[in-house]
Design a protein around this ligand. Structure first.
Ligand SMILES: Cc1cc2nc3c(=O)[nH]c(=O)nc-3n(C[C@H](O)[C@H](O)[C@H](O)COP(=O)(O)OP(=O)(O)OC[C@H]3O[C@@H](n4cnc5c(N)ncnc54)[C@H](O)[C@@H]3O)c2cc1C
Length: 471
């Protein structure tokens, strides 16, 4: 029988491993003290916990490569970690692996105006990347609420989406090239040599979205986008998801500069009001009913492009319960209602967070069936909060009430998404949380091919064991 790397990790971790890691990165960058290790063994939500042999914080790509070689020599698995904001348990050690934090890989190249790209270290945060682009009137072209912690390497590893995926695509669309450390500890550049370069398979796109299971990303050449000169943001109260989807279609058709189309169910908004004392502005507050939704839409571009949103609203394209903001402070305030939902949930309990996506035409059906199912199966004390990226049919389902280990909640919600023609992961990835459910949305043949790719990159299964594929 093949020994799992974590089994050997348990047997051999400790003194010799820690000493070899210290030789690779310096002893002050190896953490093995249980109290200091705790933050590497627990995720942002507090739902996923495990045990690390040690955590290391290398200074550069060469040190990352050296750490991977040490781990391989000791037969110990390696868990890459960026900002630890991933929500599917993929960034924490589970069974005695070495956590490799990429946070010190903070290289900042010059912005190349001609190609509109910049090469940065994997540990730079999304907010820092965007700030680097700003003086050149460029932007990261990807945004999400965890922007101050989520790293460029983590975003690429998860193929993160966020609200602007509607206009600019997911992280995949932003990646021109990658520098990676492979499972044997070699450092490799995966980048086209010219804008058109179809010599053989492109390997960088395979690493995008591989959640640390194929390689450790140490640097990214990131394609920036033109920074909109202006933005306009609107909040709209609607009586249900079916109406929101209908309106979203009209907005996409009539407002080409649309950058975000987000939704929150009325209970999410009520929770934000209750936990963070943030009451929705009038006239939305009075208009919002149980079962209703709030839509946040944003357009970005030059003045004429942005005005299309106001023109659409004025022409009666939307209900009268609308708040429109064009100045930065007011816009930020409207965004706060959407971005505060995860925070309000975290202050309430440890939710079952399930990032699913269904065809937008079936979103209302999914929502209806979800609420019925949760009511029937999990009892009166269970509460459901939905919000997400409407244009992509990407719903973040949060179920509060059942204990974190109540796996039947996850199973039921993911099966429902699949039954509605959707997927079990819109943008957060599979991690360890959904590994056992992959076959709901991928055929046996597809999974066999994925496993063959994994073996080609990582024959000993050392990189992020247990992520994507259940042990
Ligand atoms: C409040 C909040 C809002 C969020 N909103 C969104 C959203 O709108 N859209 C969205 O897509 N996600 C969202 N997320 C999830 C999360 O921010 C993203 O998944 C992000 O990409 C994770 O980046 P990270 O640096 O924190 O990665 P981590 O959490 O550290 O790691 C995530 C995964 O990537 C792997 N990994 C990390 N760095 C590397 C690397 N350098 N090389 C190889 N593998 C690596 C890890 O092993 C793990 O499997 C949100 C999270 C929070 C807390």
């Amino acid at each position: 029988m093949r020994r799992s790397p974590t089994a050997s990790a348990r047997g051999r971790a400790g003194g010799p491993l820690v000493a070899a890691l210290a030789a690779a990165v310096g002893s002050s960058h190896v953490i093995s003290d249980p109290a200091r290790l705790a933050s590497f063994e627990c995720d942002w939500t507090g739902r996923f916990r495990g045990r690390a042999a040690a955590a290391v914080v290398p200074a550069d790509a060469e040190q990352v490569a050296a750490v991977v070689r040490v781990a391989a020599e000791h037969g110990v698995g390696v868990v890459p970690q960026g900002g630890n904001t991933g929500l599917v348990g993929g960034s924490i050690a589970r069974h005695g692996e070495v956590v490799v934090s990429l946070k010190r890989l903070r290289g900042r190249g010059e912005v190349d105006r001609a190609s509109g790209s910049v090469r940065v270290g994997a540990g730079l945060t999304l907010a820092e990347l965007d700030a680097l682009a700003r003086p050149h009137r460029l932007a990261a072209g990807l945004d999400l609420a965890a922007r101050d912690s989520a790293t460029v390497g983590g975003l690429v590893a998860c193929d993160a989406g966020g609200h602007s995926a509607l206009r600019y695509g997911t992280a995949r669309a932003r990646v021109r090239g990658l520098e990676v450390v492979l499972a044997d500890g070699s450092l490799v550049e995966l980048a086209p040599r010219a804008p058109k370069d179809n010599a053989g398979y492109r390997l960088a796109p395979l690493v995008v979205g591989s959640e640390g299971t194929l390689a450790i990303i140490t640097a990214v050449t990131w394609e920036l986008v033109r920074r909109p000169r202006r933005r306009a943001t609107a909040l709209l109260a609607l009586d249900g998801l079916a109406r929101a989807v209908e309106l979203a279609l009209a907005l996409k058709e009539r407002v080409p500069a649309l950058e975000a189309l987000e939704f929150m169910c009325s209970s999410s908004l009520a929770l934000v009001a209750e936990r963070l004392a943030l009451a929705p502005p009038e006239p939305l507050r009075s208009a919002l009913r149980d079962g209703g939704v709030v839509l946040l839409c944003e357009a970005g571009g030059d003045a004429a492009e942005v005005d299309q949103l106001a023109a659409f609203l004025r022409a009666g394209g939307a209900p009268e319960h609308t708040v429109l903001a064009t100045d930065e402070r007011q816009r930020r305030r409207l965004w706060r209602f959407r971005e505060a939902v995860p925070e309000a949930l975290a202050r309430t309990g440890v939710p079952h967070k399930l990032d699913v996506a269904v065809p937008p035409s079936r979103l209302a059906e999914f929502d209806q069936r979800l609420r019925a199912l949760v009511g029937e199966r999990f009892g009166a004390g269970t509460r459901v909060f939905c919000f997400g990226h409407l244009a992509d049919g990407n719903v973040h389902v949060n179920v509060l009430g059942p204990p974190p280990e109540a796996e039947e909640v996850d199973a039921a919600v993911l099966a429902l998404a699949a039954a509605c023609g959707g997927t079990i992961s819109g943008e957060h990835g599979i991690g360890t949380a959904k590994a056992r459910y992959l076959s709901l949305v991928r055929s046996e043949r597809e999974i066999a091919l994925m496993r063959a790719v994994k073996r080609a990159f990582d024959p000993r299964g050392l990189l992020n064991p247990g992520v994507i594929f259940a042990r």
